[in-house]
Structures are given as structure tokens and as C-alpha cells.
Design a protein around this ligand. Structure first.
Ligand code: FAD
Ligand code: FES
Length: 319
């Protein structure tokens, strides 16, 4: 049974248990949020012992080479000694400058940062509750040159952070963030490549940044942007995206609903089937899919089966 040394104490780690699970079982609180190797909140450094390769998934090569890994997906194979990572540039203080409902459950929040943060449109930040150790990830809908950060937050029933952001936090309120993180963003490597973007619910947030970023870079290839929701009331930014499609003839915006009324120019049905029917061949395409993890993972498979290369598929499952 591997032993984990942290902060001068030794903790046993059961077979098949992650380091995060072991530390939590022993009553040791370390930062974490998604628990699935996505948000990088639990980034930690091994000062002794080698972290398994799988626990370094998604980390920059330079971090992995220095022994950094994610405790929530690390099932240790040998004794390890840990130090909480100190690679973030430090948290940045932010002030709420706008709260605006975009539909009945999604709120747009705009924040002024105490200092400018460098990011790519579509990356996410980790918001920290001002009074507790709660951390949650939210995608950036703004562009790096915008004066403020824009987030789209869905109110989750009994959700701690979304409840706080919707109901308690007021304009002028303060909190902080870490980041940015994530590799779901546009790069200028082929301006003529066709792009498929699928956002489920607030999965539109990163895509709203990415599509405008691509256009600002002079992207010439077709851009098919699907926004999926259960019903029409769950869509938002319909007018803004129709206007974008009108301004740019390579942009095709398709709002999709599973049930009920279909918005103008939109479609009804299962999003995976709608995408498959609209673009059955995806060889050579670049794909961005964000939002509900089950749909994102399903679409990733669908796109791969339709000919897209895995290295051309960028996803942000909102776990
Ligand atoms: C990379 C990334 C990007 C994201 N971007 C966005 C975004 O742009 N917009 C957005 O709205 N969200 C986004 N998310 C999701 C977001 O991080 C939060 O998960 C979401 O807001 C819910 O957090 P919460 O604290 O409100 O809910 P939580 O308090 O975590 O609860 C979530 C739900 O789980 C239930 N629950 C909690 N604990 C338990 C338990 N022990 N047993 C059973 N049920 C339980 C609650 O009742 C609630 O319904 C993103 C996630 C990731 C990983
Ligand atoms: S908590 Fe480990 S990566 Fe999110």
C-alpha cells in the first residue's frame, strides 16, 4: 500500500484510491473542484516518487517534467511526498460590475479585474468563493482585449457556487479567480479549415468567444455554430448570433431544441443526430464542443467516427 507524505505526516492510500480520496478520508483538506482531471485546481507537485503518467493528463510538458500532477486522478504506484503546487501566478481579485439574466436560468456576469489577465478566448477560470474554500470553473465568453471578463452562469438547483453568484453576490461584490486554464481555443494555423462548434446550454459561453476570435483572426473557412438546449427558453444570444451570421457569410448559426417551439432558422431533435445529419463528413474539420459532459463525450465519438482527427477535436466537458 503506497504511503503519501504531506505536510510532515504520512497517510496510507488504498488500492485503487486516488491521492485526493486518501487525503480526504484522513480529514486533510486540499484544494479541488471538478474531481475529474479537468479544472487543475488540485495541481500538486511530487517532491519524491514518480506520479503515474495518467495523473499528468492535460498538463504542459514543462509542468509534467517537474513532477506536477493532479491528485484527483492520481492512483499512486509507489510512495510519494507532496507539496501543494505554487505555479499559478497567484489569485487575481475581481469586482462584479454587471449581473444580467440572459434567459430564465442563465446569468451573464461581468467582472473588472484588479490586474489584467492574459487568456485565449474560450479558456476557463476557477472562481473562488470569498468566504469558503469552494472553487468552481467557468468559461470566458469575453475576448482578451475586452475591458471586463464575461461569464455565463447557469443556476443549478441546490448548487453552492451558482446559487452564491446568482443570489448573494451583488454588483460591487468582490471575489477572486485562478487561471486561465484549458486548451479549448482558436489558433490561426489554417484560416481555410471548416470549423464545427457545438455548445450545450452555457457551453455557448466559450464558443461565443472562440467564434469572434476566429473571425478577428480573419478565418475564411465555414463556421457552423450549433447551440443546443432542451427548449427554446434555454437558448440565449439568438439575436447577437443571427447578427454575426448576417455580417459574415461563412458563419452558420443553428439554434437547436430537443422539445417544443423551434426558433427561426433552428432545428428540433437530438443534438448528436442533428449535427450528424448536417455535417456527415468531418475529415479535415476542426471541432469545438462544450457543455454537458455526456453530450460532449458522445459528440466527440460521433465526430471522430465522421472522420475528424482526434487532434482536431477540442472539448470542455462542464463536469
Ligand atoms: C472546464 C469547465 C468549465 C465550466 N464552465 C461553465 C460555464 O461557463 N457556465 C456554467 O454555468 N457552468 C460551467 N461549469 C460548471 C461549473 O463549474 C459548476 O460545476 C456548476 O456551476 C455547478 O456548481 P455549483 O457549486 O453551483 O453546484 P454544486 O454545489 O457543485 O452542485 C451541483 C449539483 O450537484 C448536486 N450535488 C452536490 N453535491 C451532491 C452530493 N454530495 N450528492 C448528490 N448531489 C449533489 C447539487 O444538488 C447540485 O444540483 C464548468 C465546468 C468546467 C469543469
Ligand atoms: S479537482 Fe482535480 S482537476 Fe479538477
Amino acid at each position: 500500500m503506497p504511503m503519501i507524505t504531506f505536510d510532515g505526516h504520512d497517510y496510507d492510500c488504498h488500492q485503487g484510491e486516488t491521492i485526493l480520496e486518501s487525503l480526504t478520508r484522513h480529514g486533510v483538506l486540499v484544494p479541488s473542484a471538478c474531481g475529474q482531471g479537468v479544472c487543475q485546481t488540485c495541481l500538486t507537485k511530487a517532491v519524491k516518487g514518480k506520479p503515474p503518467v495518467e495523473s499528468q493528463k492535460g498538463l504542459k510538458d514543462t509542468l509534467a517534467a517537474q513532477g506536477y500532477f493532479l491528485t484527483c486522478i492520481c492512483k499512486p504506484e509507489e510512495d510519494m511526498e507532496l507539496a501543494i503546487a505554487d505555479v499559478s501566478k497567484g489569485s487575481v481579485g475581481i469586482t462584479v460590475i454587471e449581473k444580467q439574466m440572459l434567459n430564465e436560468s442563465v446569468m451573464r456576469l461581468r467582472f473588472q479585474c484588479d490586474e489584467k489577465i492574459e487568456y485565449f478566448a474560450g479558456q476557463f477560470v476557477n472562481l473562488k468563493h470569498p468566504d469558503t474554500d469552494l472553487v468552481r470553473s467557468y468559461s470566458l465568453a469575453s475576448l482578451p482585449e475586452d475591458a471586463s471578463l464575461e461569464l455565463h452562469v447557469k443556476r443549478v438547483p441546490d448548487g453552492q457556487m451558482s446559487g452564491f453568484l446568482h443570489e448573494t453576490l451583488q454588483v460591487g461584490g468582490r471575489l477572486s479567480l485562478d487561471g486561465p486554464a484549458g486548451d479549448c481555443f482558436y489558433t490561426e494555423r489554417d484560416l481555410d479549415q471548416s470549423l464545427l462548434m457545438v455548445g450545450v446550454g452555457t457551453g455557448l459561453a466559450p464558443l461565443y468567444g472562440i467564434v469572434r476570435d476566429a473571425l478577428q483572426h480573419g478565418h475564411r473557412g465555414d463556421i457552423h455554430l450549433f447551440h443546443a438546449s432542451l427548449a427554446k427558453q434555454g437558448l440565449y444570444y439568438v439575436d447577437a448570433l443571427n447578427a454575426l451570421a448576417k455580417q459574415h457569410e461563412n458563419v452558420h448559426y443553428i439554434p437547436c431544441v430537443l422539445h417544443g417551439d423551434v426558433p427561426e432558422g433552428g432545428q428540433q431533435g437530438d443534438i448528436q443526430q442533428l449535427v450528424q445529419a448536417a455535417v456527415p463528413q468531418l475529415a479535415g474539420w476542426r471541432i469545438y464542443v462544450c457543455g454537458d459532459p455526456e453530450i460532449v463525450n458522445g459528440l466527440k465519438q460521433t465526430c471522430f467516427m465522421a472522420g475528424a482527427s482526434m487532434s482536431d477535436i477540442y472539448t470542455d466537458p462542464f463536469v
